[in-house]
Design a protein around this ligand. Structure first.
Ligand SMILES: [Zn+2]
Length: 257
């Protein structure tokens, strides 16, 4: 089976472990064996992910898939679980995974959602944004991926528009796939967030194979910003890396402050 088969074996034994591996992009690095690697192109892109590997079947059959369009009538005020973010400056490493730029952060960044604690593992970006608000996409979206003690995932999505320079502008950018770069200065993930802390909350999935469900999604209502030059530079390196939006299928989008 090779290394890719081992990853699928983990999926059978404990799906949340595989979710975390997937969140780290392990599948992409292992995908060169018996299966073609998934990507965002016409042949191995989002419409075909389920055909690449049976372990990706949820990408087609799942009924609670991400991303989604967040539109006014579907968003219900209040009732969202309480959200608290306790982030701090620490060491960080940028990795070019081909399908994303991922920033692995030091331990000690906590999210508390509905009384459950999660630790921030990494954040990464998509160009353009995966979620849309009232049908409008931003040129970039950051995903902050957190895991709780039971292996459950919570992802905070931040839409990023062109504007004032932000944390994204400080990231070194390895041009080669597999390339890594250490940040010279400590990075505070809270600087990724918009000043206004209102958010949307809903259930969804990983937006990349294996598209596993049971992910708690938080999408900040206000966008953050990065310079137009940085957005253009990252877009040029990654190319389009957004999965199309999926139907809500009865899910509720809650709002909170
Ligand atoms: Zn993502």
């Amino acid at each position: 089976m090779g290394k890719f088969g081992e990853v699928r074996g983990v999926f059978v034994a404990g799906c949340m472990a595989a979710v975390v591996l997937a969140a780290f992009g392990v599948h992409a690095e292992e995908g060169g064996g018996e299966h073609p690697a998934w990507d965002y192109g016409d042949v191995h892109g989002p419409e075909h992910w389920a055909d690449i590997d049976p372990a990706f079947a949820t990408c087609r059959t799942g009924m609670r898939q991400s991303p989604i369009d967040i539109s006014g009538p579907a968003a219900r005020d209040g009732a969202a679980p309480s959200l608290a973010l306790d982030y701090r400056a620490g060491a960080a490493t940028v990795v070019n995974l081909g399908h994303t730029l991922q920033v692995n952060v030091a331990a000690g960044n906590r999210l508390t959602l509905g009384g459950v604690d999660y630790q921030l593992l990494q954040f990464h970006v998509h160009t353009p944004s995966e979620h849309s608000i009232d049908g409008r996409h931003s040129p970039m979206e950051a995903h902050l991926v957190h895991r709780n003690a039971d292996g459950g995932l919570a992802v905070v999505g931040v839409l990023i528009d062109a504007g004032a320079a932000g944390v994204i502008d400080e990231l070194p950018l390895p041009d080669a796939v597999g390339g890594t770069a250490e940040l010279d200065a400590a990075l505070d993930p809270s600087h990724l967030l918009p000043a206004a802390r209102g958010f949307h909350a809903f259930e969804g999935s990983l937006t990349t194979p294996p598209c596993s469900e049971g992910v708690q999604w938080i999408v900040m209502r206000a966008p953050a910003t990065a310079s137009e030059e940085t957005i253009a530079r990252i877009t040029a390196v990654l190319g389009p890396t957004n999965r199309p939006v999926h139907p809500l299928n009865g899910r509720e989008v809650l709002t909170g402050e």
